[in-house]
Design a binder for this molecule. Sequence first.
Ligand SMILES: C[C@@]1(CC(=O)O)c2cc3[nH]c(cc4nc(cc5[nH]c(cc(n2)[C@H]1CCC(=O)O)[C@@](C)(CC(=O)O)[C@@H]5CCC(=O)O)C(CC(=O)O)=C4CCC(=O)O)c(CCC(=O)O)c3CC(=O)O
Ligand SMILES: NC(=O)C1=CN([C@@H]2O[C@H](COP(=O)(O)OP(=O)(O)OC[C@H]3O[C@@H](n4cnc5c(N)ncnc54)[C@H](O)[C@@H]3O)[C@@H](O)[C@H]2O)C=CC1
Length: 226
Amino acid sequence: MINLIVDLNIQGKSVLVIGAGVEGTRKVKALLGQGCKSITVVSNRFNRSLLNLARDGSIKLVKRSIKDPSILDEFEKPFLVMAATNDKALNRGIVERAKSMGILAYAADDPAISDFIHPAVINIHDTLFIAISTRGSSPAMARMLRIKAERVLKRLIREEDIEMIRLADYARSIAMKHISDIHARKDYIYSVIRDREIVDMLKGKRLEEARARALALLSSYGGSVR
Ligand SMILES: C[C@@]1(CC(=O)O)c2cc3[nH]c(cc4nc(cc5[nH]c(cc(n2)[C@H]1CCC(=O)O)[C@@](C)(CC(=O)O)[C@@H]5CCC(=O)O)C(CC(=O)O)=C4CCC(=O)O)c(CCC(=O)O)c3CC(=O)O
Ligand SMILES: NC(=O)C1=CN([C@@H]2O[C@H](COP(=O)(O)OP(=O)(O)OC[C@H]3O[C@@H](n4cnc5c(N)ncnc54)[C@H](O)[C@@H]3O)[C@@H](O)[C@H]2O)C=CC1
């Protein structure tokens, strides 16, 4: 299997999750922080944690014993369908039907037919995300290597690197407006992230000073902000 690793943006999109057991619940929880327009869960039973999420309005539950993939026709066309029942044939049928309707589709038990799989993710301060995928060969190894890599990466990637990501985000948004040449913008960004003074300021948590220095560097690349 060959997959293109991407970082999927589902903000403002509607998602339909089918099957609300252990995996379905995990998928719903992963979707919660993604700013989806709606998360609808269809299943013949629901656990306490999903019932609570439905009560506070975070998700919508539809209790239904599903016979076949035509269940999809009963809903407004979502952006993404995630099949997570423990019935492999049903999951496969749902994915096939969703695909034929032009909907992005995933089955928790079938990486070969899914449009994507979930890698193991190292989340560093909600700013840097490192994905580890074995492309379906061994989820357990993806998890184990995630834990191993986490120990090393959390030492290697320091707080000032994370602060630098935030500063570079600020610097490049300014550069987009004030430096017209793309090559000059690139040189400018590298001058910011390699600047010893800025690195020291970030280490010392002097964030305002670091921003000011980043702004001052603009003038050497044809831009200036008054
Ligand atoms: C294809 C994929 C589809 C997808 O879900 O996207 C998939 C499929 C399946 N997983 C199964 C089992 C397990 N999954 C885990 C754990 C994780 N599974 C994840 C991803 C993926 N799992 C995708 C491939 C990713 C890749 O290859 O790299 C992780 C990385 C990310 C996440 O899910 O968030 C997360 C770790 C997160 C973390 O800790 O960092 C464990 C370990 C444990 O629980 O301790 C086990 C038991 C041991 C084992 O089987 O390895 C089975 C049932 C097999 C059966 O019936 O026996 C299937 C179905 C099948 O393969 O048919
Ligand atoms: N992606 C991953 O990391 C993993 C995937 N899996 C796979 O995910 C699948 C689901 O596993 P679990 O969540 O542990 O199972 P589960 O038994 O906890 O949940 C299945 C859910 O689907 C519902 N369901 C089943 N048939 C239905 C129907 N016809 N109509 C309505 N609802 C129906 C059940 O009521 C239940 O809520 C399995 O096929 C398993 O192989 C399992 C472990 C990890």
